[in-house]
Ligand binder design. Structure first.
Ligand code: PLP
Length: 399
């Protein structure tokens, strides 16, 4: 497939007030109206292009939203102050008390906790499933089901969702398919395969500088408008609004996303292949040994690679911790959660980013305690990095 979503970002033209090459940053929380009538029209949502109050929308946020929608090939987008703000608003916009959600069992820890602990308090029930088991998902659909929720490449196990098949189930049953694409921006375009709503934590690869928390929902105009509705919009009423200054900053970083994703992908592929050759249990969708290699390859926009996330299993948490401390000591990366930074970041998800999931459930889903998740950085010389990591692995007799 030759689709290159980065072209769509590049082709957008936003000029600043004085012909600046970057759009002006809107520095206002509220906007004047020339007539009282246009103010009430805007309140009712009938005035395209008018700004009311920056919790609802602002010019700087709209530029970033246009870029995100262009990237995902959706009609519209809405930015949020965090990925979790985007996820929780979307779910609460669609589900009311008594409704039911089918979710992949391997989703971001915060999303899992929201569905497992928070939404049941307001009468929304979730079944967690192995997202690769299409038949099991079909069987779970009931009258009150509203959402199928998954991540393209799941965190941290990197299980790949067959978006086309999931979308078929969603369409047949009138459900919304929500796909969190945080791990694979540009590489995979979920809307192309029928996802109704695509969500990103912009905090990660898209912003890429680990200096902010941010999120986005990409979907139809209709859904985005519903989120912003002054009467019952979850975005408008819960208020996870992004600041204009930050929106301008994220937009500028987004313009180099295609170069960064390519490099993250190349470096991750190099490390994954090397680890596998060394006999370490390695999971990376770019490896032929990966259970979802074929389905990822079928869906991907080739230019951008298989993403920057790799996991290895070193057998125990103790070993994982020793290795990570050593690698940090040798300046091969940082022992930190999150992803998408220029520097390699690593953590043991079982005891950190996925600690919301109980030990028993972690065992069932194959999340072993010795698992280390790498967000592979933009290292200029990945061979040098690998040689450094190999030394650490040898020191602890892991290879
Ligand atoms: C980080 C992350 C989130 C949450 O985003 P925040 O910006 O931290 O709120 C959601 N999904 C995935 C896959 C993530 O990695």
């Amino acid at each position: 497939m030759k689709s290159k979503p980065a072209n769509k970002i590049q082709d957008l033209q936003f000029f600043g007030e004085f012909g600046g090459v970057n759009p002006s940053i809107s520095d206002s929380s509220t906007y004047t109206f020339l007539s009282a009538n246009s103010m009430s029209q805007t309140f009712e949502g009938n005035m395209e292009g008018c700004y009311l109050y920056s919790r609802n929308s602002s010019p700087s946020n709209l530029y970033l939203e246009e870029a995100c929608a262009a990237m995902e090939g959706t009609e519209a987008a809405n930015v949020f102050s965090s990925g979790m703000g985007a996820i929780t608003s979307t779910i609460l916009q669609i589900c009311k008390s008594g409704d039911h959600i089918i979710s992949s069992r391997t989703v971001y820890g915060g999303t899992y906790a929201f569905l497992k602990n928070f939404t049941p308090q307001i009468g929304i029930e979730t079944d967690f499933v192995d997202i690769t088991n299409i038949n099991a998902i079909k069987n779970l659909v009931r009258k009150k089901t509203k959402i199928i929720y998954c991540e393209v490449s799941s965190n941290p196990l990197l299980e790949v969702a067959d978006i086309e098949s999931l979308s078929k189930i969603a369409k047949e049953n009138g459900l919304k398919l929500i796909v969190d694409n945080t791990f694979t921006p540009l590489s995979i375009s979920p809307a192309k395969f029928g996802a109704d709503i695509v969500i990103h934590s912009l905090t990660k690869f898209i912003n890429g500088t680990s200096d902010t928390i941010a999120g986005v929902v990409c979907s139809s105009k209709e859904f985005i408008h519903s989120l912003r509705d002054v009467n019952d919009g979850a975005f408008m009423l819960m208020g996870a609004t992004m600041d204009s200054l930050r929106a301008a900053s994220v937009l500028k970083n987004m313009r180099t996303l295609h170069i960064r994703m390519k490099k993250h992908g190349e470096n991750a592929m190099y490390l994954a292949k090397s680890f596998e050759k060394d006999g370490i249990k390695t999971v990376y969708p770019g490896l032929k040994s990966h259970t979802s290699h074929k389905i990822f390859s079928k869906m991907m926009n080739e230019t951008y690679g298989y993403g920057g996330m790799v996991t290895i299993d070193v057998g125990s948490l103790k070993k994982a911790n020793m290795l990570m401390e050593k690698m940090q000591d040798k300046n091969l990366g940082y022992l930190a959660v999150s992803l998408g930074f220029y520097k390699t970041l690593f953590c043991a998800p079982g005891s950190s980013t996925s600690s919301e999931i109980s030990d028993e459930e972690q065992g069932k889903m194959g999340l072993s305690e010795g698992l280390i998740r790498f967000s592979v950085g933009l290292d200029q010389d990945i061979e040098r990095t690998y040689i450094g990591i190999k030394k650490c692995l040898k020191e602890f007799k892991l290879i």
